[in-house]
Design a protein around this ligand. Structure first.
Ligand code: NAP
Length: 279
């Protein structure tokens, strides 16, 4: 199949590597000519250009730009597409993207592969990034089922586990397990930096080990991505953040009041619940 990818960064580049390895012809478009050349050199794409007209022959186009550029990219892409071309995206937020993109192109299906890391750009592209990961598709009531099935089957060929749900349900779910953790983890790093004693701060930086590595990873990632999660999933994220703040306040009260039994009970409930999020 001829597959177009727009935005050759971590996600677009990694999709290109795996789909090309399966024998698909990958047509890549990115903003910078140097990125296109690197994508060709790394074997991410078969052909590359900064011009969206390269995608005129594509059967499926996957838009992998930053969230804010997805709908504007589709608007520029539409004049070049064949009527039957299926377009999807990989944005971490779905409702505003699905609304804007379905209006622009009826053969659009929102998508979100739940894999990534703290790196960005074409040099971060890697093989098998999506192996074992969830891949969510968010059709509307009007989306033809055949389009969703074609994309889900392509996603499953990358050894992902596919899920289908409405865009707004996706956005509330990822607010809890992806967008809230980014903000919590970012606040953790920020709080540590506010230690006023330089000797303590320097020692803390030397002693930080696997626990800090785990808890700070998502807060120390791509700043543009974190900002766009907040901007485009504002309501669901605020709802999750406020609940989190309430729980943190309750923990503070337990500690202030030396209510150790209650605190231990809360920690026990969480210890039992955690595996349900880790499949
Ligand atoms: P990234 O590594 O920064 O890649 C995005 C690429 O898009 C850049 O390399 C850039 O290429 C290109 N680009 C930027 N603006 C563009 C524009 N206006 N038109 C065309 N290309 C443009 O970011 P990413 O992590 O791959 O994220 C891309 C998308 O994947 C986002 O929508 C994000 O929500 C989603 N996502 C990310 C993760 C994650 O963990 N990182 C996980 C799942 C989904 P040039 O070098 O050519 O400028």
């Amino acid at each position: 199949m001829k597959i177009g990818i727009v935005g050759l960064g971590l996600i677009g580049g990694s999709l290109g590597l795996d789909l090309k390895a399966q024998g698909h012809e990958i047509l890549g478009v990115s903003r910078q000519a140097t990125t296109c050349q690197t994508a060709l050199d790394k074997g991410v794409v078969d052909r590359a250009s900064t011009d969206l007209s390269l995608l005129a022959a594509a059967e499926i186009v996957i838009i992998c730009t930053p969230i804010g550029a997805i709908a504007p990219t589709l608007a520029k892409l539409v004049p070049h597409l064949q009527t039957e071309t299926i377009v999807t995206d990989v944005g971490s937020v779905k409702q505003p993207i699905v609304e804007a993109c379905t209006y622009l192109w009826s053969n659009f299906v929102g998508g979100h592969p739940m894999a990534g890391n703290t790196n960005q750009g074409i040099h971060a592209a890697q093989t098998k990034l999506f192996t074992g990961a969830a891949y969510v598709f968010t059709p509307t009531e009007k989306t033809p089922t055949a389009l969703v099935e074609k994309l889900a089957s392509l996603a499953r060929s990358l050894d992902t586990i596919t899920y289908i749900c409405p865009p707004e349900v996706h956005d509330r779910a990822v607010a809890w397990i992806s967008h809230l953790p980014v903000m919590v983890s970012a606040s953790l790093i920020q709080s540590c930096l506010q230690e006023s004693n330089s000797q303590v701060l320097q020692l803390a930086q030397k002693l930080a080990s696997s626990g800090f590595c785990d808890t700070s990873r998502v807060g120390g990632g791509n700043p543009e991505l974190g900002m766009m999660m907040a901007k485009y999933n504002r309501q669901a994220l605020l709802r999750s953040l406020k609940q989190y703040r309430q729980n943190l306040d309750e923990i503070i009260i337990q500690i202030e009041q030396e209510n150790w039994d209650n605190l231990e009970q809360v920690l026990e409930i969480n210890q039992q619940a955690r595996p349900k999020f880790l499949n």
